[in-house]
Design a protein around this ligand. Structure first.
Ligand SMILES: Nc1ncnc2c1ncn2[C@@H]1O[C@H](COP(=O)(O)OP(=O)(O)OP(=O)(O)O)[C@@H](O)[C@H]1O
Length: 297
């Protein structure tokens, strides 16, 4: 099976400091991947490694079976919109479309014009006079019209107003419906946005992969347990305790379980994506990691 992204022991240093370390992951083609993590976690670094703008310090990364950025063929298969959505200030919107058409063999002219019209941009307007949100939308329209097999979007909706954001996310979902071998990776801090469209989660914290997999499986595996105050050791064995909190009388745990939890004197409920991400990020302090229970089942 060809993977959209496959990394083995991938690491990247900036001036001797690790931005990403020992990153091993596999992302199948055809997924919409939500890339999440706190500020400075290494998300942009990973996306830059995947498109070939950065080279690894250690390990390897393959994208659609090839080396990132290796030659025109590979570049044509991958679209990347960085966080700062670069456009050419002195060129007009129409110039950008012409440039896109000249540089991309699979350019979809109709799609590009449709998007620019939909966004309401004046083709004669120079990019330098567009608002931040309009610039971001132009960059996204260009990336989509390139019709890449893998689209990497670094916080694409951060600058968009709520209506534009919703429309954009719907368009991203459409992109993968149009072509089932198309993969989209988008980073965002707004988990509810990701929850709407993503079917795969990649959670990075402090330069390391903390959680990865199909969202449905991850949500099915995790539960919130609430009951009378107790220690994690009194829970059934084999659970991974991701997060725990206690009041004087009540204990709450977010746990990962490979199979359904046995009945007990506690209340069990599912978690949503935001609960899950926050639970993993709550264990982000050095030395605190999820642990496995060893109690009697
Ligand atoms: N060009 C650079 N030179 C030095 N350090 C860098 C450089 N780019 C990133 N870093 C550092 O690498 C780490 C990871 O940064 P990165 O931009 O990948 O994080 P991020 O998860 O995308 O963050 P954010 O959510 O804030 O955009 C941070 O500590 C950052 O300061």
């Amino acid at each position: 099976m060809t993977l959209a992204i496959e990394a083995r022991g991938l690491g990247r240093q900036y001036r001797g400091r690790w931005a990403l370390a020992d990153c091993t992951l596999s992302i199948p083609v055809g997924r919409i991947v939500g890339l999440v993590g706190p500020n400075g976690a290494g998300k942009s670094t990973l996306l830059n490694l995947a498109c070939g703008r950065l080279r690894p310090t250690t390990g390897s990364i393959r994208v659609l079976g090839g080396h990132p950025g290796a030659g025109r063929g590979q570049l044509a298969r991958v679209g990347f919109v960085p966080q700062d959505t670069p456009t050419y200030a002195r060129l007009s919107v129409a110039d950008h479309l012409r440039l896109g058409a000249a540089m991309n063999p699979a350019w979809d002219r109709e799609e590009a014009h449709r998007r620019v019209e939909q966004i309401g941009l004046d083709p004669r307007q120079r990019a330098g006079s567009l608002s931040g949100g309009q610039c971001a939308q132009l960059a996204l329209a260009l990336a989509a019209a390139k019709r890449p097999e893998l689209l990497l979007l670094d916080e694409p909706v951060a600058a968009l107003d709520p209506v534009a954001r919703r429309a954009f996310l719907d368009e991203v979902a459409q992109l993968t419906k149009q072509r089932e071998d198309r993969t989209v990776v988008l980073s965002s801090h707004v988990i509810t946005d990701l929850e709407r469209i993503c079917d795969h989660l990649l959670l990075i914290a402090a330069g390391r992969v903390r959680l990865a997999g199909p969202t449905r499986d991850l949500l099915g595996d995790h539960h919130r347990i609430t009951g009378a105050r107790r220690t994690a050791d009194s829970l059934p064995s084999g659970l991974t305790v991701v997060q725990e909190s206690h009041t004087a009388r009540i204990s709450t745990f977010v746990v990962r379980a490979g199979e359904p939890l046995p009945p007990g004197d506690w209340h069990t409920e599912p978690v949503d994506l935001e609960d899950l991400v926050l639970a993993y990020l709550s264990t982000d302090e050095p030395g605190i990691a999820p642990r496995t229970t060893g109690g009697v089942r």
